[in-house]
Design a protein around this ligand. Structure first.
Ligand code: NAG
Length: 195
């Protein structure tokens, strides 16, 4: 009797027993690294309302549990924001290369700028990948700040190429600005590590 109830209860107890394991998997228990709820992490990391809103939106879109009782090691949020920036970089590069391939009316200076950007972006993305790798593999955060800043400089090279072509209203320019915001957010979250 009550076979269903028993099964449900067993599954519930099993999930309850596994919950701490899943929590542990979400972070690495690095010494001195804070565990925070997503909203608290966004609040602590953000210096402006714009970045705070971007932070909340990024967490929500990634399906993060936003309740204050759901705390994670901040490295989890940093990885999430850094990967979100890397995905966004991919989209930007795709649009730039599609413009180069398909936009027959692309003016010469814009073409040159896009080609330059397609050199800048891999370097920028490389830095993000190194950050993610370091976050996943251990508790050694030395050099992370340098990775963010050198990656941001590569991104800014591209931004400056397009900035000098404002009269052309390129569809890529706003994407580069959005990428800049995303990497800024990731870096601000990373600063919660005390780097
Ligand atoms: C082609 O490039 C020009 C200059 O960047 C841009 O204004 C236009 O929107 C592009 N056309 C398409 C179809 O993307």
């Amino acid at each position: 009797m009550h076979a269903m109830t028993m099964t449900t209860q067993t599954i519930f107890l099993l999930l309850l027993a596994l919950a701490p394991l899943r929590m542990a998997a979400a972070g690495k228990n690095c010494p001195g690294v804070p565990w925070l709820g997503a909203v608290a992490a966004c609040r602590k990391a953000s210096s402006t309302k714009f970045i705070y809103d971007l932070c909340i939106r990024t967490m929500r879109e990634d399906g993060v549990d936003m309740s204050p009782s759901h705390k994670q090691e901040v490295t989890a949020y940093i990885i999430l924001a850094t990967e979100d920036a890397a995905n966004s970089y991919d989209s930007t590069q795709l649009v730039a290369s599609n413009q180069l391939d398909q936009n027959a009316s692309l003016p010469g200076p814009v073409r040159d700028a896009y080609e330059g950007c397609l050199n800048d972006y891999p370097a920028a993305e490389d830095s993000l990948d190194r950050v993610t790798e370091a976050m996943r593999s251990g508790c050694d955060f030395v050099g992370i700040a340098d990775q963010y800043t050198s990656g941001m400089m590569s991104l800014e090279n591209c931004r400056d190429r397009l900035l000098s072509l404002q009269q052309y209203k390129t569809p890529v320019y706003p994407m580069v600005l959005a990428d800049r915001d995303k990497v800024s957010l990731a870096y601000m979250l990373a600063k919660l590590l005390g780097i």
